[in-house]
Design a binder for this molecule. Structure first.
Ligand SMILES: *Cc1c(COP(=O)(O)O)cnc(C)c1O
Length: 234
């Protein structure tokens, strides 16, 4: 089932790229494996997936330890993306295994990740999660408002152990994702002017990845379309 889902998804990604005048190699696929067992990470790696996404620290850390024992080559071959909201007290744990943290949205978290990365002698790539919702909506999905991106970017860029790598967003539920992802693209363009190495735009999930591709996403975070539906998150 994984192989068939993955093949179908890759075909849909290629179609969306063609429609947008982009090349499929410009778009990386992150398989979001939250709620699915460590064995699935191994299966996905065997199917050519090099990037996996997790959103809960305890689960991610336990699964990666398990994979290290059962399939060390797969573990070594996987780049780990932390895509969920990060509690500051989890930063130290996450910095031990995450290659990229997609959900950085506040100064205290930057400090905590930086200290932890230095302590573990790792370099962690950081994406700034941008809140694309209405200011009044208090969406609760995390993210820095577009007006706060520039200051937070400066902080990340000068933080030891961290590399500012781009932006991430989740489209608000109540809006056409094209419109939301276009705002993200505009935020990214501004960021690039000061930080030309911050090339990543992490946007697009199972339901809205074609819109994200049309708006310039470089990294898709897809769970359900690959692994099937998981128990309700919250
Ligand atoms: C779970 C999750 C995804 C994947 O969502 P699907 O709809 O299953 O593709 C992507 N991004 C984040 C931040 C997530 O938490």
């Amino acid at each position: 089932m994984l192989a068939a889902n993955l093949a179908a998804l890759r075909q849909r990604i290629a179609q969306a790229c063609a429609a947008a005048g982009r090349e499929p190699h410009e778009v990386s696929l992150i398989a979001v494996t939250k709620f699915f067992p460590a064995a699935d990470l191994g299966h996905l790696h065997a199917l050519g997936v090099n990037d996996i996404g997790e959103s809960r620290d305890q689960e991610a850390s336990a699964k990666l330890d398990e994979l290290t024992l059962s399939d060390p080559a797969a573990r070594a071959g996987l780049r780990v993306h932390f895509v969920g909201q990060v509690q500051t007290n989890k930063a130290a744990s996450i910095a031990r295994y995450a290659d990229v943290v997609h959900s950085v949205d506040r100064p205290r978290l930057v400090d905590a990740l930086s200290k932890a990365a230095v302590r573990t002698e790792r370099v962690v790539q950081v994406l700034l999660q941008v809140d694309l919702g209405e200011p009044a909506a208090a969406a609760g999905r995390g993210g820095v408002r577009p007006a706060g991106v520039s200051a937070l970017a400066e902080q990340v860029a000068s933080a030891p152990g961290l590399q500012l790598a781009g932006v991430m967003a989740v489209a608000p539920r109540d809006e056409d994702p094209h419109a939301a992802f276009q705002r993200l693209a505009a935020v990214h363009d501004q960021l690039l002017a000061d930080h030309p190495q911050a090339l990543i735009v992490s946007a697009g999930m199972s339901q809205d990845f074609p819109a994200a591709i049309a708006c310039g996403a470089t990294h898709l975070r897809v769970g359900t379309a690959i692994l099937g539906s998981r128990p309700a998150l919250r």
